[in-house]
Design a binder for this molecule. Structure first.
Ligand SMILES: [Zn+2]
Ligand SMILES: [Zn+2]
Length: 381
């Protein structure tokens, strides 16, 4: 948002200057800084531009009223067109809030006196991959959209209004009460202008003076990689329009994430159950293992046990805050369940050759059972 210029200071006039005073101040300055008199002087050219901009607003009664209002109510975000506030559509900010990204600010820039529209809550379901890798999504929803035709003032073209005469454009009136405890001064919203500080001279034809229109709003936002079930995104200014031209509320989108058939998430780590055969477990070999983008060849070492865990660093989910999780493989040795008679004989023959001392855990188990009970637990391995 551009720094708001003080047109009165630029023209060196008082805030209460009459149109004649403004005119004469402008003439004097315009002559002094005119490009014809200051050839090649860039600073003068810039000053000349500024003087003209100030004059354009202050010499027009309605533009001046709108400008005065904005000067007195900074942060109301009403008028666009160089006075600050919204430019190029509403809600230019995008804040990402989430339990993992750690949120914490919100609404801090709003002025206390301005009325704020309601927030809108939406839920969005993301595929596992979209959540893990990040994506761009578009959401359409109905809301009371701030009227762009009148910059949500409710006045035609955003300028057909005057400063409220009752409260002098402040939106607040003070009432003095004499009570038994002394004099008290109460401040309340001006009833003539409902606290807006302005009265509409001609209603905006688009919104009939409401300052907002019921419309379908489409919003596109970028979802960072690694959003989780508890994550949400806040689009500032995409909530309901405020009554009487205040700041619109926010759109808050929370995410639901679909499960994946291969991956389970634990923070930024990806967990994969990897079933392998006895042969691969005993002899070792390569197996294709999935990542978010593709598969890669993982070498199962000789003598891998069921339940053994392999951690592959940096092949998990990228965190928007930096760093990447790991891929965690948990091996299961799958035992065949439908075996032919011929295969059974081969297995028998194979295991006849294997002695108990070749097994680590079975040997320890066998020794413990034997020492406590005097019985051998395995007749055959
Ligand atoms: Zn008023
Ligand atoms: Zn309007």
């Amino acid at each position: 948002m551009a720094e708001k210029k003080n047109y009165y200071e630029i023209l060196c006039v008082d805030k209460k200057a009459t149109p004649d005073q403004i005119k004469s101040a402008y003439r004097k300055l315009a002559m002094k800084y005119h490009p014809d008199r200051n050839q090649g002087d860039e600073a003068a050219a810039e000053k000349f531009k500024e003087i003209n901009e100030a004059n354009e607003v202050l010499s027009d009664e309605q533009k001046r009223a709108a400008y005065d209002y904005e000067l007195e109510h900074p942060g109301m975000g009403g008028f666009g067109g160089g006075f600050g506030g919204f430019e190029g559509g509403f809600g230019g900010f995008e804040d990402i809030f989430s339990s993992i990204f750690g949120g914490g600010f919100g609404g801090a820039t709003r002025s206390a006196q301005s009325e704020v529209g309601e927030d809108i809550q939406k839920e969005m379901t993301l595929s596992f991959m979209d959540a893990a890798k990040g994506c761009t999504k578009t959401l359409s929803y109905m809301r009371n959209e701030p009227c762009q035709a009148c910059k949500s003032t409710g006045a035609k073209d955003g300028v057909r209004f005057s400063s409220c005469s009752r409260c002098g454009g402040k939106g607040i009136i003070q009432t003095v009460q004499n009570t038994m405890f002394g004099r008290t001064i109460r401040q309340s919203a001006c009833p003539d202008c409902s606290g807006t500080g302005r009265t509409i001279d001609e209603k905006c034809p688009e919104c009939k003076g409401k300052g907002w229109q019921r419309k379908e709003t489409e919003v596109t936002f970028t979802i960072p990689a690694g959003v989780d079930e508890k994550s949400y995104i806040k689009k500032r200014g995409y909530g309901q329009a405020a009554q009487r031209g205040g700041m619109p509320g926010d759109l808050i989108v929370t995410f639901r994430i679909e499960p994946h058939k291969l991956f389970l998430r634990k923070g930024f780590d990806l967990l994969v159950d990897l079933p392998i055969s006895f042969r691969l477990a005993a002899l070792g070999g390569t197996v294709k293992v999935p990542t978010l983008d593709d598969t890669f060849d993982f070498t199962i070492p000789e003598g891998t046990q069921s339940g053994q865990v392999f951690t592959i660093r940096g092949k998990g989910i990228k965190s928007a805050r930096g760093g990447t999780g790991n891929l965690i493989l948990k091996v299961f040795v799958e035992v065949p369940t439908k075996i032919t008679r011929d295969q059974k004989k081969k297995i028998e023959a194979l295991y006849d050759d294997v002695e108990l001392k070749q097994y680590d855990k079975m040997k320890r188990y066998s020794e413990n059972v034997e020492s406590f009970y005097g019985k051998k637990p395995f007749s055959k391995q």
